[in-house]
Every structure is written in C-alpha cells, then in structure tokens.
Design a protein around this ligand. Structure first.
Ligand SMILES: Cc1cc2nc3c(=O)[nH]c(=O)nc-3n(C[C@H](O)[C@H](O)[C@H](O)COP(=O)(O)OP(=O)(O)OC[C@H]3O[C@@H](n4cnc5c(N)ncnc54)[C@H](O)[C@@H]3O)c2cc1C
Length: 314
C-alpha cells in the first residue's frame, strides 16, 4: 500500500511531467504573439501613459516593497505575458502587485476611468490562456495577497486572501486536522482566487463536490472599483440571491476575487489507494460504478490511465 503523499505524487506527477515537456519545448521568446497568431482586434482601450504609471505608484506606495509593486522592467514582466503551456503571448508593459482589497479597488477605479484594459493573474497555471494578456492589458497579479484571514476549526471555515497558494493552504490545514476540498497537479503554484475563477475541479471533486458548493463566500472588486462583500462564512445561508456563484468560473470577466471563504472538511484518518488493471474502457466504467456503489461518499477520485493516453474521471 502506498502512502497518501506518494500516491498523489504519482497521480499528479505524470500529468505534470507531460506538461513540463511541452513547456520546455519552447522558450518564452519563441511563443507566438497572440495578436499576430490569431485574428483578434484590440478593443477601443486607452494606451498606458507615464501619468498612469505615476498614479499606480501613488496607489501602491504605501506599505512594504512599495516601488517593486509597480513593475515595468521588461525582463520581469515577460514571464507574466506567457501562459503555462507556452501557447500564447501578450505584450503587457506593466505588472501591478497589490496587497490589499483597497489597492485593487483603487487600481480598477483608475483603469475604469481611463479605459485601460486589465487582466487578473493568479498563479498563471491556467491551461487555456486566460491569465495572460492578449494585447497590452495591464497585468494585475494577486500573488502578494497571500494572507489567511481566519480559520474556524470547529466549522472548518477558512477565510483567506485570493493569492494564497493552494499547497500552502493545504499544508497549513493538514496540521490542524483539516483538508482543502480540492487538490490538483498545479497546487504548488495555483492560487485559491485562480481556482475559484476557473471553477477548478481536481482530484477530490467526487468526494467533496465542486467549488460551487464548498465556497461559502467571496469578496470581489468589480471593474469600476466597487467592492462587493459577499464573504459569508455561513454554510446554511438561504438569504436572497447567491451572488458569489456568478464569479465562480467566470475567469476574471466580472471582477477580481480578493478574498475567499471556503469549507474545509476534516482530514480523513486513513487513505487507501487501489491500483486495478482493466482490459479496456468498458471495464474501467464497471470498476467506477462498483467503487461508487461500494464506497459511497468516501470515494475521493478515480484516475484512469494507460500507456498512450490518460484521462480522469474525477
Ligand atoms: C499540472 C497542472 C494540473 C492541473 N490540473 C487541473 C485540474 O485537475 N483541474 C482543473 O480544473 N484545472 C487544472 N489545471 C489548470 C489550472 O491549474 C487551474 O485552472 C487553476 O485553478 C488556475 O489557478 P491559477 O491561480 O494559476 O490561475 P491563473 O492561471 O493565473 O488564472 C486563470 C484564470 O482565472 C483568472 N483569475 C486568476 N485569479 C483571479 C482572481 N483573483 N480574480 C479574478 N480572476 C482571476 C485569470 O484572469 C484567468 O482567466 C492544471 C494545471 C496544471 C499546470
């Protein structure tokens, strides 16, 4: 029997190595510019000026590391212009790294007034190019928004900023006998805000359900800088419209997620993993049906792979 960590490493490792090979095959400079590769037209947005950059400096000048949070050095911005798979490349000249919701709000209010385009970026592990600019959009990175706001060990409700890395949260919870309801191969880099914005599934979905169920509340900054506080920690909340659902999976098109309230279940006392050899896909389906019937809600995931291809059912 393999230990839990070993198993996760095996399951996610093969996927990661395949993706790493794809990445290694092209350097950032070789990645085609999205604007040249696809027939897309830049929207009617303003061009960034020195006055805009000065405004961002004044917004992000407070607190520690003020200057470094307005990044225009091309070498530093370059990796943020390229997606994880090295498929698409934008031409942003500016990366902003807020630490607080108020800073995000002031940045977006300014961009909205000036008609400057913005792309939110979490861990930049998305596989569909949504986290990088298409043209010269300003990149708004949440990577410095990495604070845990509260953890109620009785209810298991965790509230944190959106830039917390999934693996960091998992490790922190594990020490307290809790578990994140999602786990995926990109956990060392992806952020909870990115997970919410992509409605990430991952390896624990069969057991704990999708983020539409486990996310209890969100704080989001809308395009004009308005802060929408829907950061409920209540599990049984049947009051009015459930606004947060609109933002789960909306890939930053409706606003920037700045904080997340999420239900974290108890860490299971034991984890068992079975490797089953199947003759074909029909048998895989039979194993899946049987496992669901016999194991019920304790089944966390079922990953199926063979020599040439692999697919997940979890
Ligand atoms: C090895 C590997 C394994 C993966 N496994 C899975 C898997 O099992 N299941 C799965 O669903 N995905 C998987 N992915 C894809 C990816 O990791 C997920 O989509 C992840 O949720 C993205 O998080 P991120 O922080 O990297 O977001 P990013 O890639 O930075 O952004 C993704 C999208 O969300 C938007 N966004 C990011 N942060 C915010 C925010 N705070 N507010 C508003 N919008 C925001 C971006 O604009 C972009 O549109 C995998 C990727 C890799 C590389």
């Amino acid at each position: 029997m393999l230990g839990r960590r070993e198993v996760f490493r095996k399951v996610t490792g093969s996927c990661r190595s395949a993706l790493r090979l794809v990445r290694a095959a092209s350097s950032q400079a070789e990645v085609p510019l999205t604007a040249e590769h696809y027939a897309v037209k830049r929207g009617d947005y303003a061009q960034l000026t020195e006055l805009d950059v000065q405004e961002f400096h004044s917004i992000l000048s407070e607190g520690e590391g003020g200057g470094e949070r307005v990044v225009s050095d091309p070498a530093t911005v370059a990796p943020h212009n390229v997606d994880w798979l090295h498929n698409v490349r934008g031409q942003s000249q500016l990366l902003l790294r807020p630490r607080t919701t108020r800073e995000v709000s002031r940045i977006l209010a300014h961009c909205n007034n000036r008609r400057l385009a913005v792309v939110p970026q979490g861990g930049n592990t998305g596989l569909v190019g949504g986290s990088v600019p298409v043209f010269d959009e300003i990149i708004l990175s949440t990577s410095l928004m990495d604070k845990v706001i509260s953890l109620d060990q009785t209810s298991g409700v965790l509230v944190c900023q959106s830039g917390c890395v999934l693996e960091t949260l998992s490790n922190m919870l594990e020490e307290k006998g809790l578990i994140m309801p999602l786990d995926l191969g990109a956990k060392g880099s992806c952020q909870i805000g990115g997970n919410v914005s992509t409605n990430a599934g991952g390896l624990r979905l069969l057991r704990y359900g999708s983020l539409h169920g486990t996310v209890l509340g969100l704080e989001v900054v809308l395009a004009d800088g308005t802060v929408l506080n829907a950061l409920s920690t209540l599990r049984k909340d049947n009051t009015g419209y459930d606004m947060k659902q609109l933002f789960i999976g909306s890939e930053g098109t409706l606003g920037v997620v700045t904080a997340v309230s999420i239900l974290t279940p108890p860490l299971p006392n034991s984890t068992n993993v079975a490797f089953v050899g199947c003759a074909g896909f029909t048998e895989v389906r039979e194993v899946y049906t049987k496992a669901k019937t016999m194991l019920g809600e304790i089944l966390s995931g079922l990953l199926s792979s063979w020599t040439e291809r692999s697919w997940t059912l979890c």
